[in-house]
Design a protein around this ligand. Structure first.
Ligand SMILES: Cc1cc2nc3c(=O)[nH]c(=O)nc-3n(C[C@H](O)[C@H](O)[C@H](O)COP(=O)(O)OP(=O)(O)OC[C@H]3O[C@@H](n4cnc5c(N)ncnc54)[C@H](O)[C@@H]3O)c2cc1C
Length: 415
């Protein structure tokens, strides 16, 4: 067995390129995007084109949208990537770098987004072609996909969704509400989870691709959030919404088992490492900011013991981020090898979120009173607002710890 931690020359080069772009191009615009509650489409278009031109494996580098590595429409990895099976590892490396510039950018990028993995994993060949083909031609404008599972009464408890679906002739009729859906309003289609009967629990779940303009489907409010303000988070309303039967993901046979629920959960095995990597990117940005602040403001003017105490705190943050990164790379590597990684994906997300929250918290404290003054340290303040959601979406920290415990102690039922 080989344990390999080094990046290939090509990975190093691309990481360097993304790092420099994040620092010099993305970060200087990030506060303006935050204030404007969005990223201009012409920037998204230029960025996506640039990424696609950067070596022919932009998809493998995850810079065509969160979940893009699972997108059939993304450019195929080049021969080296294929041989090494490193698309997911590449994606998490890129995600960390981009998040140091602006984490919302990753969520705003056009592409199938979180909707990609369920269509890829559960869709029929016809559905994959139909729903992914719209992302191939950017001359028709930017396009997004989205993933709608959460409801006002069902967040962590995904088995408890209440959005109903019933068959009526050649259509399914959906009724209910989804909330906090990333890109849900702008999406050309949403993968929507509904139930034929809540009493059936997971076995009652069905997943549909609901296209924009479907009768009975409308967008409710767009959330005004504390952090990640440049990313759109929408409420979706289904009122006697008639979805053609051919949009039932995977077709009827698939739902003789609990596949509907598995479709929802399998998405996270791919995306939790990505979310962890983004969190680590934000945490690293805050850590480096505080480190530079200490270098410039403390070394020569403060007594050594105080500096040492601060250095120890920074060292702890750096250590935790490094440990979370290795955990994240491992979860991504397992996904690349097509090995089950649910436990490791949860470990990565739990570790990444916590390490990054601590990094942002410590960075503000280390900068002292200055750190609390938004005008002076606007980026620190923004990262502090942005980071919290990384311990919430795609399963909260508590839920990750439950997933891990269940996998570590499968015989103990009472969680
Ligand atoms: C910016 C943003 C974007 C999002 N994007 C999407 C999206 O694209 N698609 C989508 O479907 N959803 C999305 N979500 C929703 C997100 O996945 C949920 O918010 C998350 O799953 C938590 O659900 P909840 O908010 O209902 O919290 P709850 O489930 O109500 O949890 C509240 C608290 O209770 C804790 N808790 C809950 N159950 C347990 C338990 N069994 N044991 C211990 N503690 C528990 C939680 O950890 C949490 O601290 C997004 C959310 C945000 C904020």
């Amino acid at each position: 067995m080989t344990i390999e931690f080094s990046l290939t020359k090509r990975q190093e080069e691309l990481r360097g390129m993304i790092r420099s772009f994040a620092k010099n191009v993305i970060r200087p615009q990030s506060l303006a995007w935050d204030r404007a509650h969005g990223i201009p489409e012409d920037f998204l278009m230029r960025f996506t084109q640039m990424a696609a031109a950067a070596g022919g494996s932009a998809g493998a580098w995850g810079i065509q949208g969160l979940g893009a590595s699972a997108d059939e429409s993304a450019p195929k990895p080049d021969a080296a990537d294929k041989k090494k099976k490193s698309a997911m590892v590449n994606t998490v490396i890129a995600a960390e770098e981009l998040a140091t510039g602006d984490p919302a950018l990753l969520l705003c990028l056009p592409g199938p987004g979180l909707g990609g993995p369920p269509v890829r994993g559960s869709g029929t060949p016809e559905q994959k072609e139909r729903f992914f083909s719209i992302f191939r031609d950017m001359s028709a404008g930017l396009k997004w996909g989205a993933y709608a599972l959460t409801e006002p009464g069902a967040g962590s408890d995904v088995a408890g969704i209440r959005t109903s679906c019933r068959k009526d002739g050649k259509a399914w009729v959906l009724d209910g509400r989804k909330c906090f859906i990333t890109n849900g309003a702008r999406a050309s289609w949403n993968v929507v989870f509904a139930t034929i009967d809540p009493a059936l629990g997971r076995a009652g779940h069905r997943a549909f691709v609901v296209e924009k303009g479907t009768p009975g489907f409308s967008v409710g409010k767009i959330e005004d959030k504390m952090g990640l303000r440049a990313s759109e988070t929408a409420e979706l309303v289904f009122d006697e919404c008639r979805v053609p039967e051919e949009n039932l993901l995977g077709g009827e046979e698939r739902y003789q088992t609990k596949e509907g629920f598995m479709t929802a959960m399998k998405t996270f095995d791919n995306t939790r490492p990505l979310v962890a990597a983004m969190a680590i990117g934000i945490g690293r940005a805050a850590y480096e900011y505080a480190r530079d602040f200490v270098k410039e403001n403390y070394v020569l003017s403060r007594p050594i013991p105080r500096y040492a105490a601060i250095a120890e705190r920074l060292a702890r943050v750096g250590r935790e981020l490094a440990a979370a990164r290795i955990t994240t790379w491992r979860a991504a590597w397992l996904a690349d090898q097509e090995v089950a990684n649910a436990k490791e994906a949860s470990m990565a997300k739990a570790a990444g979120g916590q390490a990054a929250i601590r990094a942002c918290f410590e960075a503000i404290e280390i900068c002292g009173a200055h750190g609390t003054i938004a005008e002076e340290h606007q980026l620190l303040e923004k990262w502090f607002r942005d980071i919290k959601v990384y311990d919430i979406f795609e399963g909260t920290g508590q839920i990750q710890r439950i997933v891990i415990s269940k996998r570590l102690m499968p015989d103990l039922k009472s969680f």
